[in-house]
Design a protein around this ligand. Structure first.
Ligand SMILES: [Fe+2]
Ligand SMILES: [Fe+2]
Length: 171
């Protein structure tokens, strides 16, 4: 049977992951209407991932003898100032999610729920990826501000493959 405090904080995380999904869906929809097809594609996929994070929690709660609760979700913003500010929001949001996952870890230790402590490590690792991805995008956007170095940054490695096949470990 799932400890009450552990169940409560896991259910709170169900809401956070569901809100993350809706937030990225709102960003995807905005980006799509602004003509950013690649960015919106990235965000739609991200929204699906967050939905999966929510489902994973929900199933864990129920499989552990608890009751997963589907909450009401806050409405995410409809429009965004610009792409860079939007991704700054993504990064800040992921940092917020990381601290909420860390809170779950703390509660599992306080309640001596070592099963959930072990299980939640997947999210601990996932957050390293999530923050890294957001930071990488922000780095690229910084380059874009400087004479479209973004395109150069994206393409430079393909130039190397074309010019020096010997150095690319091509078989
Ligand atoms: Fe997530
Ligand atoms: Fe995330």
């Amino acid at each position: 049977m799932l400890n009450k405090n552990v169940q409560d904080i896991l259910n709170a995380q169900v809401e956070k992951e569901g809100f993350s999904s809706n937030l990225y869906l709102a960003m995807a929809s905005w980006a799509e209407t602004e003509g950013y097809s690649g960015i919106s594609q990235w965000l739609y996929s991200q929204a699906e991932e967050e939905h999966m994070h929510m489902l994973k929690l929900l199933h864990y709660i129920n499989d552990s003898g608890g009751n997963a609760v589907i909450p009401a979700f806050k409405k995410p913003p409809v429009s965004y100032a610009d792409v860079k500010k939007m991704f700054e929001q993504v990064y800040a949001h992921e940092q917020h999610i990381t601290s909420s996952i860390n809170e779950i870890v703390a509660v599992t230790i306080a309640e001596k729920d070592y099963t959930t402590n072990h299980w939640i490590q997947w999210y601990v690792n996932e957050q390293i990826e999530e923050e890294k991805n957001a930071r990488t995008i922000l780095d690229k956007l910084k380059l874009l501000g400087k004479e479209s170095l973004y395109i150069f940054d994206r393409d430079i490695i393909t130039l190397r493959v074309a010019d020096s096949p010997v150095k690319t470990n091509a078989t």
